[in-house]
Design a protein around this ligand. Structure first.
Ligand SMILES: O=P(O)(O)OC[C@H]1O[C@H](OP(=O)(O)O)[C@H](O)[C@@H]1O
Ligand SMILES: Nc1ccnc(=O)[nH]1
Length: 507
């Protein structure tokens, strides 16, 4: 069937084709079915949406993404043809029922993910079944290799390539913006590809995008890294492990990151850029992805083993993830905090300590020094790291290099303490929920600033958190969330009373 194309102004990155009810009946498809859309020699697989009001008979609506893949404009004529579900659909069902998948089956799932043959419902089922059924180590290795092999890889002509990655899950984790310039200042190459937010209010790609362009191609990553030593790029914009970002897009709304996906997602990106030494940050603590040290160690072993199988030298750092890193949560707020810390060479100790510690591990692994922490501290204190970050921003087309110039949301609300005491607990998940409700990560200026962290003394009227938003209604919603789901727990100094009076002091 031949149909005239019009642009559907939503479903930004999806492989969606909208057709009228009559045309759907005519070719015997229903919503969710797949069709092959072709124009000349270009062809793609798309998922059918039956939306009669949007398109007339003999017309179809395509997303901008699909029009780009087909290299066509509006008014072009495409041919559509129903195609059956791919075989990999049955492999996903096999995983749903708890069976081990073969290498070929995993490769088929990843290949069909990349070429768009699996739709969002099927991918969601795959992710959810991995959460419940998990995968054994062979399956994880095959999935990682399949993700690398279905994308582009980079071979650097010079230098030692190192990389860092965090498994995420702790709010405010803007350490990449400090680690990359510190490590690059030592002469190592660090072509950092990051993903966008999965479970948190901002991912490194969202945060760095406030300062510079993160949509770099593979050629740009190679050229800039070889010229100036480092980049911070969004993995999803490149053809590096393209399955990763497609899978992350279904993980984000579910706010889950199953272990097999997490391992493959991180290590596929490292393997694709040929990193020799890799440091992995595993935040551990209540409200993060890894609740306890025991589980953290298990995950660390998995990363090291997966690295061994792929030929990468991996070291993991279990870091404290029981409360946010630094005080800012949200893309612009985090970019501002990172810049300010580098600019002034001082700031939140959790942010500085963690960044120096991880950078130090990489510096030691690559043989630059036997005291990585001190070397990293020297680079940080000398101001070289700030100069490097400025270079990175400029090399990636950015202009803002001063913390004070970073724009943040102008709709603001500060939640104040109504009682005296000390902060007993900071609830990571609630803080993320407030920041996301305020608009993060989409609205770059949205987020939360945490005035009081664990153990800090609070007086009545002290600011606890400030919520920033770009839109009034999102601020209102975020305030509602903050009032219902406490961002922090404040306990009085007296925790118990008669009959078992117990005074807990020393906070
Ligand atoms: O959204 P949650 O689940 O926290 O994790 C995702 C974040 O964690 C990683 O951080 P980095 O790239 O190592 O800095 C990812 O790239 C992403 O930015
Ligand atoms: N699943 C993931 C977690 C953290 N970072 C990633 O790139 N991917």
């Amino acid at each position: 069937m031949k149909l005239k194309v019009k642009l559907i102004p939503f479903y930004v990155n999806d492989r969606i084709i909208a057709i009228s009810e009559n045309d759907a009946k005519e070719i015997g498809v229903r919503g969710g079915d797949r069709v092959r859309v072709s124009c000349g020699r270009k062809r793609v697989i798309a998922e059918v949406k039956v939306i009669s009001g949007l398109v007339e008979q003999n017309e179809c609506g395509l997303t901008k993404y699909l029009m780009e893949l087909l290299e066509i404009e509006e008014e072009a004529v495409v041919e559509i043809f129903p195609v059956p579900k791919p075989e990999s659909f049955n492999y996903i069902r096999k995983k749903i029922f708890g069976h081990k998948l073969t290498k070929d089956e995993i490769y088929a799932i990843i290949k069909d993910t990349v070429d768009g043959s699996l739709n969002e419902v099927e991918l969601t089922a795959f992710v959810a079944s991995n959460m419940l059924r998990s995968m054994d180590f062979d399956e994880i290795e095959w999935m990682t290799r399949a993700m690398i092999e279905t994308g582009e890889t980079i071979t650097f002509e010079r230098g030692i390539v190192v990389d860092k990655h965090s498994i995420g899950g702790v709010p405010g984790n803007k350490i990449t913006l400090l680690i990359v310039p510190i490590v690059a200042s030592s002469g190592l190459l660090i072509p950092k590809t990051a993903s966008r937010a999965i479970t948190s209010a901002t991912g490194t790609a969202d945060t760095f995008e406030v300062l510079a362009d993160v949509n770099l191609t593979v050629d740009e990553i190679k050229e800039i890294t070889e010229r100036v030593g480092r980049v911070i790029a969004w993995g999803g914009a490149t053809e590096i492990a393209p399955a990763d970002d497609i899978i992350i897009r279904v993980e984000h709304p579910l706010s889950i990151d199953p272990k097999p996906q997490l391992l493959a997602s991180v290590m596929a990106k490292k393997g694709s850029v040929g990193a020799k030494h890799v440091v992995i940050d595993i935040p551990v603590g209540k409200g993060s992805k890894v609740p306890g040290v025991e589980k953290g160690r298990e995950l660390a072993n998995d990363f090291v083993e997966l690295g061994r199988r792929l030929g990468l030298n991996v070291r993991c750092a279990l870091s404290y993830g029981g409360q946010p890193v630094g005080r800012a949560i949200g893309p612009a707020l985090e970019a501002k905090e990172a810049l300010k810390t580098l600019e002034e060479r001082k700031g939140s100790s959790s942010l500085i300590e963690k960044s120096l510690g991880l950078a130090g591990i990489l510096l030691e692994m690559s043989g630059k020094t036997s005291n990585g922490y001190e070397y990293a501290k020297e680079i940080f204190n000398s101001g070289k790291a700030y100069e490097k970050l400025k270079e990175i921003i400029l090399a990636q087309g950015g202009e803002i290099t001063k913390a004070d110039d970073v724009p943040i949301g102008d709709k603001v609300y500060t939640l104040k303490a109504t009682k005296e005491g000390a902060v007993e607990e900071v609830y990571n998940k609630n803080i993320v929920k407030i920041a996301r409700t305020a608009g993060a990560p989409k609205d770059k200026g949205a987020g939360v600033y945490l005035h009081k962290k664990r153990g800090e003394v609070v007086k009545v009227g002290d600011p606890i958190i400030t919520i920033y938003a770009e839109k009034e209604w999102k601020l209102d919603n975020a305030i509602d969330v903050a009032l219902q789901e406490k961002p922090v727990e404040i306990t009085g100094m007296i925790l118990d009373a008669y009959p078992s009076y117990k005074y807990i002091g020393g906070r």
